[in-house]
Design a protein around this ligand. Structure first.
Ligand code: FEO
Length: 404
């Protein structure tokens, strides 16, 4: 690869990780990129670094434009390992550079590096620095994605360098949205945005909404959004801003995924008439077996839909372990504005469906009570009960959806 110009004298100098399929436990079937950016101005400025394993690549890309020793400023928008672990390599090459970072970023960075030998300048929202023809404006975005996070806006160019925000895990030979849409599709790009938001940013919806409002309050016109992962939004940055506004405002599809696991196929057998019932009410439905699906895909499918049914057999009086894992994962993401129900087969004491509802209530989600349990194996009569359960759940989802 080589440096790629976003605008005159502003370059992408990042790395493409074509092979990563497990990003700290999150499935990345499309791979990802670690984007960082170089601005050639009176004070040459690097915005973010990359994951340590890709240090040599970013250094090579920087060298294709300028000798790295000439870098005067390094902006660290986010200290997570995938963006900041090459910082020591960069600072070895540009020891006189000043690092611009938030206070929480500085404190966090101390846990990774000996920062005593580096010039550090702590910045907060509204602070600016002139680098010559251009001015950088900083906007703190705590919890989007970590407490340290911030974004950097280049005033004269109207470019927002948004670190994790507005990113997607996509490895591609092209860098920009218009190019990606030409060689792949907008649907593929949108799916990657939703996947990323659901798995990484779901807990922070209200903060995201507030930060987008801040961008407007500060009167920042955004002509390009350059995140630290995936495709850069130059043709249609409003598209991703609107998607984030919709998702952070609780928008969801009138649809229901059935997310289940099964021991001897009984819970699985229940899922099919339930699906038919949902479909016959005119609500879209997908059936997702947890042991056959990456967790992050199940989370994405949950997030897209207004309602979700969880299927779990009872094992030793509790939920099946993969279902418990899914719900634990989901609870950490603090979902809102969704209605839940549960079903499953049991052999004697039961307990899994009850436990699933306890978990839904802990999450503060709306529920469709009391769920459906079937002894051992669904009979033909039980299949009718399953079908009716699906229809009734779909009606409830429709009713609930009308509130939004
Ligand atoms: Fe891509 Fe929060 O790191």
């Amino acid at each position: 690869m080589k440096a790629i110009a976003l605008k005159s004298d502003i370059y992408w100098v990042g790395a493409i990780d074509w092979a990563v399929r497990d990003f700290h436990g999150y499935a990345t079937p499309r791979g990802t990129t670690y984007n960082n950016y170089l601005i050639i101005d009176d004070a040459i400025t690097l915005i973010d670094t990359v994951k340590y394993d890709f240090s040599d690549i970013t250094v090579k890309n920087i060298r294709s434009v300028v000798d790295p020793s000439k870098i005067r400023n390094v902006v660290i928008n986010h200290i997570e390992n995938d963006h900041a672990t090459s910082l020591d390599k960069i600072m070895e090459l540009a020891p006189g550079a000043t690092i611009y970072i938030t206070e929480k970023g500085r404190k966090g960075l101390e846990r990774f590096f000996d920062i005593s030998k580096w010039n550090m300048k702590v910045v907060k929202t509204g602070d600016t620095v002139s680098i010559g023809k251009r001015t950088l404006l900083f906007l703190e975005t705590p919890m989007v994605h970590w407490p340290d996070s911030m974004m950097t806006y280049i005033k004269e160019e109207k470019i927002l360098m948004s670190q994790d925000g507005f990113g997607q895990h996509i490895a591609s030979a092209v860098r920009f949205d218009d190019e990606f849409v030409s060689c792949e599709s907008m649907a593929e790009l949108e799916d990657a945005v939703v996947d990323y938001y659901a798995n990484i940013l779901m807990p922070f919806g209200p903060l995201i909404k507030a930060k987008i409002a801040d961008i407007d309050k500060l009167g920042l016109e955004v002509e390009m959004i350059a995140p630290d992962h995936g495709i850069i939004w130059r043709a249609n940055p409003r598209k991703v801003l609107q998607m984030y506004l919709d998702m952070s405002s609780g928008r969801a599809n009138l649809s229901v995924p059935i997310i289940y696991d099964t021991m001897w196929h009984s819970t699985e057998k229940m899922s099919l008439p339930i699906m038919q019932g949902i479909k016959d009410e005119g609500v879209e439905c997908k059936v997702i077996k947890l042991r056959a699906t990456p967790m992050s895909v199940a989370i994405k499918e949950f997030w897209k839909a207004r309602g979700c049914l969880v299927g779990t057999p009872t094992l030793n009086n509790i939920m099946y372990p993969t279902v418990a894992e899914f719900l634990t994962h989901l609870r950490g993401l603090r979902p809102k504005n969704r209605i839940m129900g549960a079903f499953g087969s049991y052999g004697w004491g039961g307990g899994a469906v009850k436990e699933a509802y306890e978990e839904f209530k802990r999450m503060g989600l709306e529920t469709f009570d009391p769920g459906l349990q079937i002894l051992y194996r669904p009979s033909l009569e039980d299949e009718v009960k399953c079908y009716d359960f699906g229809r009734e759940f779909a009606r409830k989802v429709r009713e609930y959806d009308a509130k939004f």
